[in-house]
Design a binder for this molecule. Structure first.
Ligand SMILES: [Zn+2]
Length: 96
């Protein structure tokens, strides 16, 4: 993989993280829209509606959040700029 491919792959990984962070929120949103205040009296429905969000969070951390070059886990922080394992640069340095 050349540096451009690695950055493009890392961009896709970050986009999937974003997607996985927001899309599952529609489930608790609809659960609340349907049941409204009764939702909090029915913890099993509340729990089921947040399961997709929990599953997505686990998927992001365990499956998606990996180095595009060596597949090493990138750690707990989403501000990583290089792979902790193979040291490949994942983002361009910004001129700030
Ligand atoms: Zn790596």
């Amino acid at each position: 993989m050349n540096p451009e491919e690695i950055r493009a792959a890392f961009d896709r990984i970050k986009r999937r993280n974003l997607f996985a962070g927001f899309v599952p929120l529609v489930f608790p949103f609809f659960a609340f829209a349907i049941y409204q205040k009764d939702l909090f009296k029915q913890p099993e429905i509340l729990f089921v509606s947040i399961l997709p969000a929990l599953a997505a969070a686990v998927w992001v951390h365990l499956v998606n959040w990996r180095c595009p070059a060596c597949r090493a886990w990138l750690g707990r922080f989403f501000t990583v700029s290089e792979c902790p394992s193979c040291k490949v640069k994942l983002t361009l340095k910004l001129n700030t």
